[in-house]
Design a protein around this ligand. Structure first.
Ligand code: HEM
Length: 191
């Protein structure tokens, strides 16, 4: 009998502790925590400012994130240059390349790489070229042969996706670049 009362008391006490404990937990506001860590920028996920050997310049180093972007840009320029739907837009550049003049090809590679690096969140890189409206308007950029249509912009994005795939860029990252290019459509498509 004694044991039985003792057991009952113990059970009751345990219940009170549990209930009180639960009640206290429920009433206590959750302290504000740091929350989930923000996703690092696309540029950082591509390697950021970590220096690596530059495969295009023996003895030189290049930022890993920049190299990833420049590799995609250079592959994409080849895809675009071979695309009959886009070739007419790049007639000035293709004419120079055909004549063995590669300076402006290198300038465009750097401009596009700088632009995408900044768009991907690089804070150590500056883009010094024209804004996207002026860059794609023949009135402000004589290297443009005509106004860009929606179809041409679709094609440009598709060609950059191919250029990224040629560099084994993961699909999730390609999608983020696709979204970045899509967000610029209203500035680039003026025709
Ligand atoms: C989101 C997509 C695009 C981006 C981020 C982009 C970016 C750029 C940049 C940074 C430049 C260099 C500007 C300068 O010289 O200061 C440029 C030039 C140019 N872009 Fe785009 N562009 C895009 C789409 C297109 C499309 C769809 C076309 C045509 C179909 C196009 C045709 C050109 C041409 C012809 C040039 C001049 C190339 C040269 O210097 O010979 N771009 N673009």
């Amino acid at each position: 009998m004694k044991t039985s009362i003792g057991t009952l008391l113990l059970t009751a006490l345990t219940s009170v502790i549990i209930i009180t404990g639960c009640k206290k937990d429920d009433d206590t506001p959750t302290p504000p925590g740091p929350g989930p860590a923000p996703t690092p920028s696309l540029y950082l996920r591509l390697g950021g400012d970590t220096l690596v050997a530059d495969p295009a310049a023996p003895g030189m180093e290049v930022k890993k994130g920049y190299l990833a972007i420049r590799s995609v840009v250079d592959s994409s320029i080849f895809v675009i240059a071979a695309d009959p739907e886009l070739q007419p837009y790049f007639a000035v550049l293709l004419g120079e390349v055909g004549a063995g003049q590669l300076t402006n090809l290198a300038v465009l590679s750097k401009s596009l790489s700088d632009f995408f690096a900044v768009g991907a969140g690089a804070t150590s890189i500056q883009y010094a070229g024209l804004n996207m409206v002026d860059a794609h308007n023949p009135a402000t950029n004589p290297r443009m042969t005509g106004l860009v249509t929606n179809e041409a912009h679709d094609r440009f994005i598709a060609d950059v996706v191919i250029g990224a795939q040629q560099n084994n860029v993961p699909m999730s990252i390609i999608q983020e670049f696709g979204a970045l290019m899509e967000s610029l459509r209203s500035q680039i498509v003026q025709g």
